[in-house]
Ligand binder design. Sequence first.
Ligand SMILES: NC(=O)c1ccc[n+]([C@@H]2O[C@H](COP(=O)([O-])OP(=O)(O)OC[C@H]3O[C@@H](n4cnc5c(N)ncnc54)[C@H](O)[C@@H]3O)[C@@H](O)[C@H]2O)c1
Ligand SMILES: O=C(O)C1=N[C@H](C(=O)O)CCC1
Length: 250
Amino acid sequence: MIRVAVVGARGRMGSHVVEAVRSASDMELTESLDAGDDIKQISKDNTDVVVEFTVPAVSLGNVLALIEQGVDVVVGTTGWDDDKLEQVREALSHAPRADQAVFIAPNFAISAVLADYFAAKAAKYFESAEVIELHHPDKVDAPSGTALHTARAIAQARQEAGMPAMPDNTQSDGGSRGQVVDGVHVHAVRLRGLNAHEEVLLGNAGEQLSIRADSFDRISFMPGVLLAVRTLAGGGHAGLTVGLDAFLDL
Ligand SMILES: NC(=O)c1ccc[n+]([C@@H]2O[C@H](COP(=O)([O-])OP(=O)(O)OC[C@H]3O[C@@H](n4cnc5c(N)ncnc54)[C@H](O)[C@@H]3O)[C@@H](O)[C@H]2O)c1
Ligand SMILES: O=C(O)C1=N[C@H](C(=O)O)CCC1
């Protein structure tokens, strides 16, 4: 039985994870913590894997504290940059267990993971590429972690292919061209009625490829979360792993 704790348990995602763990025949829910709770209630004596869905401002601190507690961590909270990831790697290098694992994914839905993969594969064949992410208006961060991850993957593919900068003759931009992430324009839509959606537009003269992923319900993220919990519990993934594609045979 995999002993699972949830941090951010009262949140939109955390509450779904609590239900998913309770419904999993191979898992036992140990701790359900939220803001104000002492994260050190979680330890290797009562928990094997922690699932963390909180807010970008606190996730690094939670992960570092959990590493000290000797447990593996599956992280869904977004807002990660290279410096924060390096702090996690450094903490893992002197963690209580040599086989301790942290897994971070900007998106646990298979539709989004595949859209990301397809966009990276397509990128070198198109002169232009832009990313549009569309989410519920309760989301605190923009652009989404998924869109940042997709834009970076597109940029890396273009760089590896030796491609020039994308054509753009914009002379005056009041902000409508979105955020530029490694040379890729990213646009964020917030709209009541939406959940989580992403569209990648890739263009050449006379043609366009559109790659779209839609998460209509947060249930779409749960198979990926449970896959990550089971994968870490099975061992063999010591250190930091980023992206659910690492656990899929893409
Ligand atoms: N990776 C994915 O597939 C995926 C999917 C959906 C959301 N997300 C990300 O997950 C995060 C949470 O999203 P949400 O919609 O559940 O947000 P939410 O605001 O509904 O939930 C966040 C929860 O964290 C709690 N919290 C805040 N500070 C805390 C702390 N110090 N310790 C413990 N709990 C604390 C809040 O009280 C709240 O219950 C966001 O970063 C979002 O982008 C990722
Ligand atoms: O609802 C959210 O918030 C989501 N956050 C993630 C992101 O920022 O990419 C994943 C999609 C949903």
